[in-house]
Design a protein around this ligand. Structure first.
Ligand code: ZN
Length: 254
Protein backbone atom coordinates (compact mmCIF):
# COMPACT_ATOMS: atom_id res chain seq x y z
CA UNK A 1 0.00 0.00 0.00
CA UNK A 2 1.22 3.50 -0.76
CA UNK A 3 1.26 6.25 1.85
CA UNK A 4 -1.62 7.83 -0.04
CA UNK A 5 -3.70 4.65 0.22
CA UNK A 6 -2.91 4.25 3.91
CA UNK A 7 -3.91 7.87 4.56
CA UNK A 8 -7.20 7.31 2.69
CA UNK A 9 -7.86 4.15 4.69
CA UNK A 10 -7.30 6.04 7.93
CA UNK A 11 -9.64 8.80 6.75
CA UNK A 12 -12.30 6.13 6.08
CA UNK A 13 -11.91 4.81 9.62
CA UNK A 14 -12.36 8.29 11.14
CA UNK A 15 -15.30 8.90 8.82
CA UNK A 16 -16.97 5.69 10.00
CA UNK A 17 -16.44 6.82 13.59
CA UNK A 18 -18.11 10.17 12.81
CA UNK A 19 -21.06 8.40 11.22
CA UNK A 20 -21.45 6.18 14.27
CA UNK A 21 -21.29 9.22 16.54
CA UNK A 22 -24.06 11.00 14.62
CA UNK A 23 -26.15 7.84 14.75
CA UNK A 24 -25.76 7.41 18.51
CA UNK A 25 -26.34 11.08 19.16
CA UNK A 26 -29.67 11.29 17.31
CA UNK A 27 -31.88 9.53 19.91
CA UNK A 28 -30.47 11.77 22.69
CA UNK A 29 -32.22 14.73 21.04
CA UNK A 30 -35.49 13.26 22.33
CA UNK A 31 -34.39 14.32 25.81
CA UNK A 32 -35.16 17.93 24.88
CA UNK A 33 -38.80 18.82 25.59
CA UNK A 34 -40.72 21.80 24.31
CA UNK A 35 -41.70 24.05 27.17
CA UNK A 36 -39.05 22.55 29.45
CA UNK A 37 -35.76 23.69 27.90
CA UNK A 38 -34.39 24.94 31.24
CA UNK A 39 -34.15 21.41 32.61
CA UNK A 40 -34.04 19.19 29.53
CA UNK A 41 -31.33 21.04 27.58
CA UNK A 42 -28.78 20.64 30.42
CA UNK A 43 -29.72 16.95 30.65
CA UNK A 44 -29.13 16.62 26.91
CA UNK A 45 -25.76 18.38 27.21
CA UNK A 46 -24.70 15.98 29.97
CA UNK A 47 -25.67 12.95 27.89
CA UNK A 48 -23.90 14.26 24.78
CA UNK A 49 -20.74 15.08 26.75
CA UNK A 50 -20.53 11.49 27.91
CA UNK A 51 -20.95 10.27 24.34
CA UNK A 52 -18.29 12.73 23.14
CA UNK A 53 -15.78 11.59 25.74
CA UNK A 54 -16.25 7.99 24.63
CA UNK A 55 -15.88 8.81 20.93
CA UNK A 56 -12.97 11.17 21.55
CA UNK A 57 -11.17 8.26 23.22
CA UNK A 58 -11.72 6.12 20.12
CA UNK A 59 -10.67 8.90 17.74
CA UNK A 60 -7.47 9.54 19.71
CA UNK A 61 -6.57 5.87 19.84
CA UNK A 62 -7.28 5.44 16.14
CA UNK A 63 -4.98 8.39 15.38
CA UNK A 64 -2.22 7.23 17.73
CA UNK A 65 -2.28 3.76 16.15
CA UNK A 66 -2.21 5.23 12.66
CA UNK A 67 0.75 7.38 13.63
CA UNK A 68 2.62 4.40 15.13
CA UNK A 69 1.91 2.27 12.03
CA UNK A 70 3.12 5.02 9.72
CA UNK A 71 6.24 5.43 11.82
CA UNK A 72 6.96 1.70 11.56
CA UNK A 73 6.41 1.73 7.82
CA UNK A 74 8.73 4.72 7.42
CA UNK A 75 11.40 2.69 9.25
CA UNK A 76 12.70 5.64 11.27
CA UNK A 77 14.88 5.24 14.37
CA UNK A 78 13.75 4.61 17.93
CA UNK A 79 10.42 3.99 19.53
CA UNK A 80 7.76 6.61 19.95
CA UNK A 81 4.15 6.07 20.90
CA UNK A 82 2.01 9.20 20.60
CA UNK A 83 -0.32 10.11 23.44
CA UNK A 84 -3.95 10.41 22.33
CA UNK A 85 -5.13 14.01 22.59
CA UNK A 86 -8.17 15.00 24.63
CA UNK A 87 -11.06 17.40 24.21
CA UNK A 88 -9.77 20.79 25.45
CA UNK A 89 -11.39 21.62 28.84
CA UNK A 90 -14.73 23.40 28.47
CA UNK A 91 -14.67 23.17 24.67
CA UNK A 92 -17.45 20.63 24.24
CA UNK A 93 -19.84 22.34 26.69
CA UNK A 94 -19.29 25.71 25.02
CA UNK A 95 -19.83 24.29 21.52
CA UNK A 96 -23.03 22.48 22.48
CA UNK A 97 -24.41 25.58 24.21
CA UNK A 98 -23.64 27.57 21.07
CA UNK A 99 -25.48 24.99 18.95
CA UNK A 100 -28.73 25.35 20.91
CA UNK A 101 -28.58 29.05 21.81
CA UNK A 102 -31.25 30.08 19.24
CA UNK A 103 -33.88 28.05 21.09
CA UNK A 104 -34.04 31.00 23.48
CA UNK A 105 -34.45 33.85 21.01
CA UNK A 106 -37.01 36.24 22.45
CA UNK A 107 -40.36 36.74 20.72
CA UNK A 108 -39.50 40.42 20.32
CA UNK A 109 -36.87 39.41 17.75
CA UNK A 110 -39.52 37.73 15.62
CA UNK A 111 -37.78 34.35 15.42
CA UNK A 112 -38.65 31.50 13.01
CA UNK A 113 -41.06 28.88 14.39
CA UNK A 114 -39.67 26.71 17.18
CA UNK A 115 -39.83 23.56 15.02
CA UNK A 116 -37.43 25.18 12.57
CA UNK A 117 -35.14 26.37 15.34
CA UNK A 118 -35.10 22.91 16.89
CA UNK A 119 -34.16 21.32 13.57
CA UNK A 120 -31.44 23.92 12.98
CA UNK A 121 -30.07 23.42 16.49
CA UNK A 122 -29.93 19.66 16.07
CA UNK A 123 -28.04 20.03 12.79
CA UNK A 124 -25.56 22.46 14.37
CA UNK A 125 -25.10 20.16 17.36
CA UNK A 126 -24.26 17.18 15.20
CA UNK A 127 -21.74 19.32 13.30
CA UNK A 128 -19.92 20.55 16.40
CA UNK A 129 -19.95 17.06 17.93
CA UNK A 130 -18.41 15.60 14.79
CA UNK A 131 -15.72 18.31 14.78
CA UNK A 132 -14.88 17.86 18.46
CA UNK A 133 -14.29 14.12 17.98
CA UNK A 134 -12.47 14.48 14.66
CA UNK A 135 -10.25 17.23 16.14
CA UNK A 136 -9.04 14.84 18.84
CA UNK A 137 -7.73 12.56 16.09
CA UNK A 138 -6.10 15.48 14.24
CA UNK A 139 -4.62 16.94 17.44
CA UNK A 140 -3.12 13.57 18.37
CA UNK A 141 -1.03 13.55 15.21
CA UNK A 142 -0.13 17.24 15.19
CA UNK A 143 0.86 17.16 18.88
CA UNK A 144 3.20 14.24 18.28
CA UNK A 145 5.24 16.56 16.05
CA UNK A 146 6.44 18.47 19.06
CA UNK A 147 7.79 15.31 20.70
CA UNK A 148 8.99 12.95 17.98
CA UNK A 149 12.30 14.03 16.40
CA UNK A 150 11.72 11.73 13.41
CA UNK A 151 8.56 13.38 12.14
CA UNK A 152 9.00 16.27 9.71
CA UNK A 153 5.48 17.50 9.24
CA UNK A 154 1.84 16.76 8.70
CA UNK A 155 -0.54 16.99 5.80
CA UNK A 156 -4.25 17.05 5.21
CA UNK A 157 -6.07 14.09 3.68
CA UNK A 158 -9.04 15.46 1.77
CA UNK A 159 -11.41 13.37 -0.32
CA UNK A 160 -12.22 14.19 -3.96
CA UNK A 161 -15.66 15.62 -3.01
CA UNK A 162 -14.22 18.30 -0.71
CA UNK A 163 -15.54 21.84 -0.41
CA UNK A 164 -13.42 24.64 -1.93
CA UNK A 165 -11.89 25.53 1.42
CA UNK A 166 -10.61 22.04 2.22
CA UNK A 167 -9.49 21.61 -1.40
CA UNK A 168 -7.43 24.77 -1.13
CA UNK A 169 -5.90 23.73 2.20
CA UNK A 170 -5.05 20.27 0.89
CA UNK A 171 -3.52 21.65 -2.29
CA UNK A 172 -0.97 23.60 -0.24
CA UNK A 173 0.74 20.32 0.63
CA UNK A 174 2.12 19.18 3.98
CA UNK A 175 2.99 21.60 6.77
CA UNK A 176 6.59 21.16 7.81
CA UNK A 177 7.94 21.89 11.22
CA UNK A 178 10.43 24.36 9.81
CA UNK A 179 11.23 26.05 6.52
CA UNK A 180 14.48 24.10 6.54
CA UNK A 181 12.87 20.67 6.53
CA UNK A 182 10.48 21.86 3.83
CA UNK A 183 13.45 22.71 1.64
CA UNK A 184 12.85 26.43 2.10
CA UNK A 185 9.93 26.41 -0.31
CA UNK A 186 6.96 26.26 2.03
CA UNK A 187 4.19 28.13 0.24
CA UNK A 188 2.00 29.00 3.20
CA UNK A 189 -0.58 31.58 2.22
CA UNK A 190 -2.36 32.00 5.50
CA UNK A 191 -1.52 33.70 8.75
CA UNK A 192 -2.51 32.75 12.29
CA UNK A 193 -3.58 29.18 12.67
CA UNK A 194 -2.29 28.55 9.16
CA UNK A 195 -3.50 25.36 7.61
CA UNK A 196 -4.86 23.85 10.80
CA UNK A 197 -8.43 24.87 10.02
CA UNK A 198 -11.31 22.44 9.89
CA UNK A 199 -15.02 23.18 9.72
CA UNK A 200 -17.99 21.35 11.24
CA UNK A 201 -18.87 18.15 9.35
CA UNK A 202 -15.40 18.26 7.76
CA UNK A 203 -14.01 14.77 7.22
CA UNK A 204 -10.43 15.78 6.47
CA UNK A 205 -7.82 13.94 8.52
CA UNK A 206 -4.15 14.53 9.21
CA UNK A 207 -1.24 12.30 8.18
CA UNK A 208 2.33 12.44 9.45
CA UNK A 209 5.38 12.74 7.17
CA UNK A 210 8.53 11.11 8.53
CA UNK A 211 12.20 11.57 7.72
CA UNK A 212 12.98 9.91 4.41
CA UNK A 213 9.39 10.08 3.15
CA UNK A 214 8.09 12.20 0.32
CA UNK A 215 4.38 12.79 0.07
CA UNK A 216 2.85 12.22 -3.35
CA UNK A 217 -0.60 13.84 -3.40
CA UNK A 218 -3.56 12.22 -5.20
CA UNK A 219 -3.99 13.44 -8.78
CA UNK A 220 -7.11 15.46 -7.88
CA UNK A 221 -5.11 17.46 -5.31
CA UNK A 222 -2.50 18.32 -7.97
CA UNK A 223 -5.40 19.44 -10.14
CA UNK A 224 -6.69 21.75 -7.37
CA UNK A 225 -3.22 23.23 -7.03
CA UNK A 226 -3.10 23.86 -10.77
CA UNK A 227 -6.56 25.46 -10.63
CA UNK A 228 -5.39 27.74 -7.81
CA UNK A 229 -2.42 28.94 -9.81
CA UNK A 230 -4.49 29.55 -12.92
CA UNK A 231 -7.44 31.24 -11.17
CA UNK A 232 -5.57 33.50 -8.77
CA UNK A 233 -2.60 34.57 -10.86
CA UNK A 234 -3.89 38.10 -11.43
CA UNK A 235 -5.41 38.60 -7.95
CA UNK A 236 -3.76 40.52 -5.11
CA UNK A 237 -4.35 39.76 -1.44
CA UNK A 238 -5.51 36.66 0.40
CA UNK A 239 -9.24 37.45 0.31
CA UNK A 240 -9.28 38.21 -3.41
CA UNK A 241 -7.36 35.00 -4.13
CA UNK A 242 -9.77 33.01 -1.96
CA UNK A 243 -12.78 34.38 -3.84
CA UNK A 244 -11.19 33.78 -7.23
CA UNK A 245 -10.31 30.20 -6.35
CA UNK A 246 -13.77 29.57 -4.96
CA UNK A 247 -15.43 30.79 -8.17
CA UNK A 248 -13.15 28.62 -10.29
CA UNK A 249 -13.51 25.58 -8.03
CA UNK A 250 -17.29 25.71 -7.73
CA UNK A 251 -17.72 26.45 -11.42
CA UNK A 252 -15.55 23.62 -12.68
CA UNK A 253 -17.01 20.65 -14.52
CA UNK A 254 -16.63 17.23 -12.96
ZN1 ZN B 1 -12.53 19.10 5.06
Amino acid sequence: MTQQERAAEYQDAQRALSAQLVEEMAPLWELIRLGAFATTVPAWIEAVLELLRRFAGMSGTLAADHYADERDTAGVRGIFQPTPAEIPPGKAEASLRWAVKDLWISKADNPPPIEERLAAAEEKASGVAQKIVADVGRDTIVQAMGEDPEVLGWGRTTGPDACFFCALMASRGPVYESEETAGGSANDQFEGEGKYKFHDHCDCTVYPVFRGQRWEPPAYVDEWDRLYTVSTGSERGTQAKLRAFRRAFEGRED
